[in-house]
Design a binder for this molecule. Structure first.
Ligand code: NAG
Length: 333
C-alpha cells in the first residue's frame, strides 16, 4: 500500500496542534468508500486546519513516525506530501501551493470524473467550476481526438477540469476544444490539431496565467522566447495578487512582446540583485532584455501602477532610460 508521510519532527507539531492523525489500518478501511485526502506537515498546519473545517472527515493526516513502514513503502522523498486517495486505493499526487484554497480546489476537481459530461444546458455552469476548464466537443468521427483528450485529462486532472459534450454535438461540425481561464477572464477555442502534440500545447498555452510566477523550474521557458521580461519581486501573496490584478490588462496588451512575471524576492534574492533591485526591498520592478543582457530597474518616484509602467516601458523603447550596470549605479536621462 502507498501512503503519505512526514519527518519525525512533525510528530511534535502533531501532538500539540489540530492534527487528526489516522493509522494505516484505519486508512485501509476507508478504501472502497469515500475518497480520502492525506496530508502531512508542519508549515501546512494552519492551512490544513482550514481545509479540515470545510471538508470534514474527507481529510486526514498520517503520522509517518508512527507509520514508518507504510510511509517508507510509499517511496516519497520530500515532506509534507498531499495525496488524494481514490476508493480503488490509487493515489493522485498534489503539486500545488500549500494554501487551503488551492488544496480545496484539488480535492473538488479530483473528486469529479476525469472527464465530466455536459450538455448545452449545463456547460455554462461547468465553465466556471474551476480556475481552468476545458470542454471538448467531438463528433462520432473524432474518436481518435477524443481519446487523446481523455489521456491528457488523466495527466492534468490534478490541475484543471475537463468535460466533453459527446453525443450532443451537431453533425458535421469540426471537433473543437474550448478553454476557460477564469482568473484571467480569457476564453479560447481551437479546431486546429495538425500534430499529435497540438492538443497538449493548447492546454499549456491556455492554462498559463497572463502573469505567471517565475521559478527555477520554469525560468528557461521565458528566456527561450527572447522576449523582454518585466520582473516584479514580491514578498507576500497579497503583494503578488495586487500587482497581478493591476497589471493584467497591460500584460495582455503587450503579450506579443513582453513576459510579465512575478518572482519571490526572498527565495530569489540573488536574481533580484542581478536585476538591480536592492536586497531586502519589496515591490521591485525591473525590465530585462535577454538578447543583450540589459536590465532597467524601475527607480522613479511614482508609485508603480499600470499607467506608470506603460510610460516606463515606452521610455526604455525610445532609449530614454540607460541600462543599469552592476556596481556602476544607475543613471537615467
Ligand atoms: C449535465 O446534464 C446532463 C444531462 O442532464 C447530465 O447527465 C450531466 O451529468 C450534467 N453534467 C454535470 C457536470 O453536472
Amino acid at each position: 500500500m502507498k501512503f503519505a508521510f512526514f519527518t519525525p519532527i512533525l510528530l511534535l507539531a502533531s501532538e500539540s496542534g489540530a492534527w487528526n492523525h489516522v493509522s494505516g489500518t484505519e486508512l485501509l478501511k476507508r478504501n472502497g468508500n469515500e475518497q480520502t485526502l492525506i496530508a502531512l506537515a508542519q508549515a501546512l498546519e494552519q492551512e490544513w486546519t482550514a481545509v479540515q473545517k470545510t471538508e470534514g472527515d474527507k481529510v486526514v493526516s498520517v503520522d509517518c513516525s508512527a507509520e514508518s513502514k507504510l510511509c517508507h513503502e510509499s517511496g516519497v522523498s520530500s515532506f509534507p506530501a498531499i495525496r488524494l486517495q481514490q476508493p480503488s486505493g490509487k493515489q493522485i499526487r498534489y503539486r500545488g501551493p500549500r494554501k487551503a484554497a488551492a488544496v480545496q480546489g484539488f480535492l473538488h476537481r479530483t473528486s469529479r470524473p476525469t472527464v465530466s459530461f455536459v450538455t448545452p444546458k449545463n456547460s455554462s455552469i461547468f465553465q466556471s467550476i474551476d480556475d481552468v476548464v476545458f470542454i471538448g466537443h467531438f463528433g462520432t468521427h473524432d474518436s481518435h481526438l477524443q481519446r487523446q483528450f481523455e489521456t491528457i485529462a488523466e495527466k492534468y486532472r490534478d490541475r484543471y477540469s475537463f468535460a466533453t459534450t459527446s453525443g450532443t454535438v451537431r453533425q458535421g461540425a469540426p471537433p473543437t476544444v474550448e478553454c476557460f481561464n477564469n482568473p484571467d477572464s480569457t476564453k479560447r477555442s481551437t479546431s486546429d490539431f495538425p500534430t499529435p502534440s497540438s492538443l497538449e500545447s493548447f492546454i499549456k498555452r491556455c492554462s498559463t496565467p497572463t502573469i505567471p510566477q517565475m521559478t527555477r523550474r520554469n525560468e528557461l521557458s521565458f528566456y527561450q522566447t527572447r522576449q523582454s521580461i518585466v520582473h516584479y519581486f514580491v514578498r507576500s501573496d497579497a503583494e503578488r495578487e495586487a500587482y497581478v490584478a493591476e497589471m493584467r490588462p497591460l500584460a495582455k496588451k503587450y503579450a506579443e512582446y513582453l513576459h510579465f512575471v512575478t518572482t519571490d524576492a526572498d527565495e530569489y534574492a540573488d536574481a533580484a540583485e542581478m536585476m538591480g533591485i536592492k536586497r531586502g526591498s519589496s515591490g521591485g520592478l525591473s525590465v530585462q532584455n535577454p538578447n543583450n543582457g540589459d536590465v532597467f530597474p524601475y527607480m522613479r518616484r511614482e508609485k508603480i501602477s499600470a499607467g506608470v509602467v506603460e510610460v516606463f516601458l515606452g521610455d526604455i523603447i525610445q532609449g530614454k532610460v540607460k541600462p543599469w550596470r552592476p556596481g556602476g549605479g544607475h543613471d537615467e536621462l
